[in-house]
Design a binder for this molecule. Structure first.
Ligand code: ADP
Length: 263
């Protein structure tokens, strides 16, 4: 949960950074466009040395803009995945306190674990931050309160999944559904919700990275993610993680954990 908190803080920082970058990026683009505009109007006037200066100025701005986006992407990029067998119900249970604190009093949390849930193979730290991010999105969609339900079940994706979702293979999956009774999404928003930087939140408040990172995590884990939502009704985001045919190992303890100090 330390990692999950750090990840959530990181996302907040990315939000602030995105706002700042959008501003700087605009200034840089203004420099590029202005210089190119001058270049265009002076072309053919035979002032080669001046033209060279304009071209250099445009290049400098363009390079700075590229460096900025690289910095943002390097910052947002997740660490390499470390997949291991995971008991998803145990992981959800270990997050319960943190989730309740994150959701606040106005949102009721219900957890419905499938008793005989299969183990899955994925990076438990990334799964943690995915669940936290989904809970934060749900909370944001329920400013007047509501309920959040986290449900797990064993499921099978049939052969019809591949044509509709290229790259997703038919087979057994552990499904984790996070449902809320919030504002829901229009079909336009559903269609773009997994896109990086797509957000309907005010500048500086949303990064538009949460769902895209969750989708990336699911696909890199050889799973799948899907949204079901209706305006005014609520939203369910479901992660499908591949079934692991073997034992789940206990969750790793955080660094420096001393069992004798457990409260
Ligand atoms: P962010 O939360 O920073 O905007 P996300 O990628 O997590 O970025 O979400 C993208 C958009 O999808 C949000 O701006 C919002 O419009 C919509 N969205 C995500 N989760 C929910 C939800 N639980 N209920 C309603 N809309 C949602």
């Amino acid at each position: 949960t330390e990692d999950a908190l750090r990840q959530a803080q990181k996302m907040e920082a990315v939000g602030q950074l995105t706002g700042g970058i959008a501003h700087d990026f605009n200034n840089l683009l203004t420099g590029i466009v202005g210089s190119l505009d001058l270049l265009q109007t002076r072309l053919g006037q035979g002032r080669i040395d001046t033209l060279e200066r304009y071209a250099k100025a445009a290049m400098t701005s363009a390079n700075r803009a590229a460096a900025l986006t690289h910095r943002l992407l390097a910052f947002a990029r997740r660490q390499p995945l470390e997949p291991r067998p995971v008991a998803v119900n145990d992981l959800v249970a270990s997050l319960e306190d943190l989730l309740r604190r994150t959701l606040g009093e106005a949102v009721a949390l219900t957890i419905r674990p499938e008793p005989e849930l299969w183990p899955t193979l994925c990076d438990p730290n990334q799964l943690e931050s995915a669940i936290l991010n989904l809970a934060i999105n749900a909370r944001d969609a329920m400013p007047d309160g509501g309920s959040l339900t986290i449900e797990t079940c064993n499921t099978h994706l049939g052969a019809d999944i591949a044509p509709r979702h290229p790259g997703v293979t038919a087979g057994d999956y552990v499904a984790l559904a996070v449902g809320d009774t919030g504002s829901g999404m229009t079909s336009d928003v559903i269609a773009r919700a997994f896109d990086p930087f797509f957000t309907t939140k005010p500048l500086g408040q949303g990064t538009g990275l949460g769902l895209s990172m969750i989708y990336g995590f699911a696909r890199q884990s050889e799973g799948h993610a899907a949204i079901r939502s209706e305006s005014g009704q609520g939203t369910i985001v479901t992660l499908y993680l591949p079934r692991h045919r073997g034992e789940a190992v206990p969750l790793p303890e955080p660094d420096g954990f001393d069992p004798s100090r457990r409260a």
